[in-house]
Design a protein around this ligand. Structure first.
Ligand code: FEO
Length: 392
């Protein structure tokens, strides 16, 4: 694909990765992704903002064929999906300098073995003139590594945000057209890589408030011509109270746990509590992550196997702990045959979660009437706790 003009002397370059289905050998990408680089032509100097995944380097080099020189490569983030083609660009433009944070410089040297002579480091708030265009660099740590920054093009009021505000979405649309579709992709993206750092990201959002931003150009997914759409979404995900919902990842072997889950879900719905239920055997982990953004309560459903929780339930607990959602309560439901340490194991896996643990309910074998009563009681407690918090 050829470069695409965005506005006055600013061009999208990059690659749309329609076929990629997994990131970091972990994160599902049901809609593919894109790696967006941007060329900014000033009257004196030319800057390339970020590059592309190294697997797509040839596409970027093709787009750069008509470009006479690159003075600066702005590296907002050292992760290879944005930095991995820097060595390829340097081989074509050996006079270019990489402009980045001190932390990112160290990472780029370690990750890509780029010689130190290529680097210019900048401070938070640093300015770089391209002639009639001026780039300002704003440190925004943990979007999504500690070294990350964003770049603000002052004259055109464009924010090049790299991972921040991005979405894993392969689309031929240069700009966001269907906000509903992008909302889900961006929320998935936030849940999977930003949510664990949301307290720091809250400070980054605050920091950006003083900038007049007319367009956000991220390095994944389409460009936001209406920045308030994604900024408001981030504010909601980060600052707003959790919603009146329970997220329920579960697995069942011989249907006992499934019977408990079904009864529990019905009891919650009767009490006006929303539920998002995920059978972990067939679950897209990204969907589970999205649900964790807003849920007030997490319930893990598991049978007992090899004297402990099912490995898929362990995975769900590990993921919930790593993503650090803002949930307030957690419990466990399920079943066992003769004993085991299911509750102790799962309870010990969630030190990052600031949750109140509500008494679990496990049935011995197929659930009996008393187990169903206990499940209803658990639903009642959750409903009351949500009401006490006055959440919607
Ligand atoms: Fe898109 Fe953290 O890299």
């Amino acid at each position: 694909m050829k470069p695409r003009k965005i506005t006055n002397q600013i061009y999208w370059m990059g690659s749309i990765d329609w076929d990629r289905r997994l990131f970091d050998s972990l994160i599902p990408l049901p809609d593919g992704t894109s790696y967006n680089a941007y060329l900014v032509k000033g009257s004196d100097k030319i800057a390339l903002v970020d590059t592309v995944d190294p697997a797509m380097a040839n596409e970027l080099l093709y787009q750069l064929e008509g470009v006479d020189k690159i003075d600066y490569i702005i590296s907002n983030h050292a992760e290879q999906d944005h930095s991995g083609s820097i060595p390829h660009v340097l081989s074509k433009f050996p006079e270019a300098k990489i402009v980045t944070t001190t932390k990112a410089k160290g990472m780029l040297i370690e990750l890509l073995r780029i010689p130190e002579k290529f680097f210019i480091t900048i401070e938070d708030g640093g300015i770089l003139s391209l002639g009639d265009k001026t780039l300002k660099f704003i440190y925004t740590p943990w979007v999504h590594w500690p070294e990350t920054m964003v770049t603000y093009l002052q004259e055109d009021k464009v924010l090049f945000s790299c991972d921040f505000f991005g979405s894993h979405l392969a689309t031929s649309n240069l700009y966001v057209i269907d906000e509903g579709r992008v909302y889900e992709a961006a929320k998935r993206y936030y849940a999977e890589i930003m949510m664990p750092f949301r307290k720091i990201i809250a400070k980054n959002l605050k920091k950006l408030e003083s900038y007049d931003i007319e367009m956000i150009a991220p390095s994944h997914g389409p460009i936001y011509p209406r920045p308030s759409f994604i900024i408001d979404a981030y504010r909601d995900w980060i600052f707003n109270a959790p919603r009146n919902t329970v997220v329920l990842p579960y697995v069942s072997m011989h249907k006992s746990t499934k019977l408990m889950v079904d009864h529990f879900v019905a009891a919650l719905v009767e009490r006006g509590v929303g539920v998002e239920q995920f059978n972990l055997v067939v679950t897209d982990i990204g969907k589970l992550a999205i649900s964790l953004v807003d849920a007030c309560t997490i319930i893990i459903g598991t049978p007992t196997v090899l004297a402990g929780p099912h490995p898929l339930a362990i995975y769900a607990a590990f993921l919930s702990n790593a993503l650090r959602p803002k949930a307030k309560f957690l419990s466990i439901i399920g079943s066992y045959g003769w004993g085991g340490k299911t509750i102790e194991v799962l309870s010990g896996m969630i030190p990052n979660l600031k949750v109140e643990i509500i008494d679990p309910v496990l049935s011995k074998g197929v659930p009996k009437e008393s187990d169903f009563k206990a499940i209803e009681h658990l639903a009642e407690i959750i409903s009351m706790k949500h009401q006490e918090l006055n959440i919607k």
